[in-house]
Design a protein around this ligand. Sequence first.
Ligand code: NAP
Length: 277
Amino acid sequence: MTILSGKARVSGITGWPVSHSRSPRLHGFWLERHRIDGAYLPLPIRPENWTIAIKGLVAAGFAGANVTIPHKVAAFEICDTVDESARRAGAVNTLVFNEGRITGSNTDGIGFLNNLRQHGVDPAAGPALLLGAGGSARAIAAVLLQLGVRVTVANRTRAKAEALAVDLPELAVIDWDQRHVAVSDHALVVNTTPLGMNGEGPLPVDLGHNRPAVADIVYVPLQTPLLADAKARGLIAVGGLGMLLHQAVPGFAAWFGLQPTVDDELRQFVAGDIPQR
Ligand code: NAP
């Protein structure tokens, strides 16, 4: 176990709730692996207390914090500066504190891309079909569009996908019911809805017999029904845990001064308390 000194760097995850979060386990693994004088804490904060709590963390000398549901939009507003990733995603998941100033970024998109790349999938290989139009779809659409990928969104509530396309005008929108036929026109199909998560039904989509790569950002369970279906058809299937691991890299590097790696040992450690299916 790492011994903390009086100079220890401190970060954590702010959310409400945060008891489900794997981020303390994930950052704790890297801190221990690299024997870093630092700590990463679960920070459950009610929405009405979030702004004052963040100001308290800044005053207390924290290095920064992660932000999860329901604070990602409030986090955008508290920042003195936000980078391009946060602007395009319209939300912040990573805060860095520096001499009283708060900088925000959104690492979900880059985490998604680096997870695909680690699985041998080139995200720019062809058009992408996103199922869902929530916060994570927005972050993923933004980075794919920046790579020059043609992106189509199908969402249960079409108006929400159209609202997304107002902010990201290159986005194409189709009806939710068209998702089955649209699969064959796309090189990558991505589930960004909670469907497939434990307690939810499976995502109903006909993957057909073409050969798109299929990515699911749900990671509880590790093997969702969508991923199982994709594998059974011989398609490349990329799970959501790697996105979680990769999105954590930039924050860890900024707070603790070391670029950590995402490898099998980390994956197995974090997966240790997640059901397989
Ligand atoms: P969100 O902002 O609430 O958006 C959810 C989206 O899913 C909405 O577009 C919603 O459609 C759609 N949806 C919800 N229930 C549905 C249903 N029964 N049928 C069809 N569509 C449905 O959520 P989010 O923040 O984007 O997160 C989505 C999922 O991704 C969560 O499970 C979250 O845990 C996971 N996630 C994973 C990572 C990772 O690192 N792997 C990162 C972020 C999020 P409507 O507009 O019609 O409501």
